[in-house]
Ligand binder design. Structure first.
Ligand SMILES: [Zn+2]
Length: 308
């Protein structure tokens, strides 16, 4: 069996690794693993594969999707043990703070296929270079709008990973379309796919002053801070979807240092052009690049010699 695979990570901001009650000082590894799994699902769907979502209970035992194959589901154990280690190689139990270096270690418990390691490697690259790691960016019903607004000015989850193993797209298509995988109807989760993801590195949305918030403007909400949760009377279904609600997460995330903004579009509701237009309204047209999922897939799976 293959040796453990270890990724050295530097936290560019604090990581949200606490429990659901908001105890921030703890490190709950299931939260980090949940975040990694969530992005793994996004990647798999983006590559045309079938991935269940956390509310889906149909994956069970041998009848499961490609994500459950590696991460486990009822009656099917996860294929690896997941550990977070501190600088000295000891198990880390407290919150991961900005500028700290730590390791993510994946220890195989059963044989893990080359394609699975490739998908995991690509997932971590997606997180580090285009997304974020940790509980506050996992899109789930418990991500209440109220709590999100309290932590509004704080960045969580930006990480730098020192080295990737180098993911090749070769053979992934064949692996993802194996007939043994359970076919999942992605239904209302269809948008949580890399195909519908976008990212702008080097730009952020925020509150410029008391009366102006580029974040609220992009979401179609009223701009003054004290009305930030309110919509204009002319708010559209698109505005409401992007901003989320008590029941569902917002679909636009922005980080100030280092600057990064990313989010999702939804088929038949809002496309990339309309999303980009909203961003142009606050950033202007020049000096930034709007990367869509296709661009990102190309970059993640670029051959090593293409990388600078
Ligand atoms: Zn599944």
């Amino acid at each position: 069996m293959k040796n453990p695979i270890c990724y050295r990570v530097t936290a560019l901001s604090d990581l949200w690794t606490g429990d659901i009650d908001g105890k921030r000082e703890r490190l709950i590894t299931t939260g980090l693993l949940g975040s990694i799994r969530w992005w793994f699902e996004v990647l798999v769907r983006g590559l045309g594969g079938s991935a269940c979502n956390p509310t889906d209970t149909m994956c069970e035992g041998r009848n499961h999707c490609v994500v459950c194959e590696l991460f486990g589901c009822t009656g099917w154990a996860r294929k690896f043990r997941f550990e977070v280690l501190d600088e000295n190689g000891n198990i880390k139990t407290d919150q991961i703070k900005q500028d700290r270096t730590f390791s993510l270690r994946f220890i195989p418990l059963r044989p893990i296929r080359e394609e699975e390691w490739t998908l995991l490697d690509a997932t971590l690259r997606l997180i580090a270079e285009y997304g974020a790691l940790g509980g506050k960016t996992v899109f789930k019903p418990t991500d209440e709008a109220n709590r999100a607004s309290i932590l509004y000015h704080k960045d969580y989850g930006l990480v730098q990973i020192q080295q990737f193993n180098g993911a090749s797209r070769e053979d992934l298509g064949a692996y993802l379309s194996l007939s043994k995988w359970r076919k999942v109807d992605h239904g209302e989760f269809t948008w949580t796919s890399l195909q519908h993801f976008w990212c702008v590195n080097g730009k952020y949305l925020g509150r410029e002053n008391h009366n102006k918030s580029s974040f609220n403007k992009v979401l179609g909400r009223k701009e003054p801070k004290n009305q930030g949760q309110q919509f204009h009377n002319s708010a559209t279904d698109v505005d409401r979807w992007l901003a989320g609600s008590q029941q569902e997460s917002k679909k636009v995330f922005s980080f100030k240092a280092p600057a990064r903004t990313f989010g999702f579009v939804k088929p038949r509701l809002i496309g990339f052009d309309a999303m980009k237009k909203r961003l142009q309204d606050v950033w202007g047209k020049d000096g930034w690049e709007f990367l869509t999922g296709e661009n990102i897939i190309d970059q993640i799976f670029a051959k090593e010699e293409d990388c600078s």
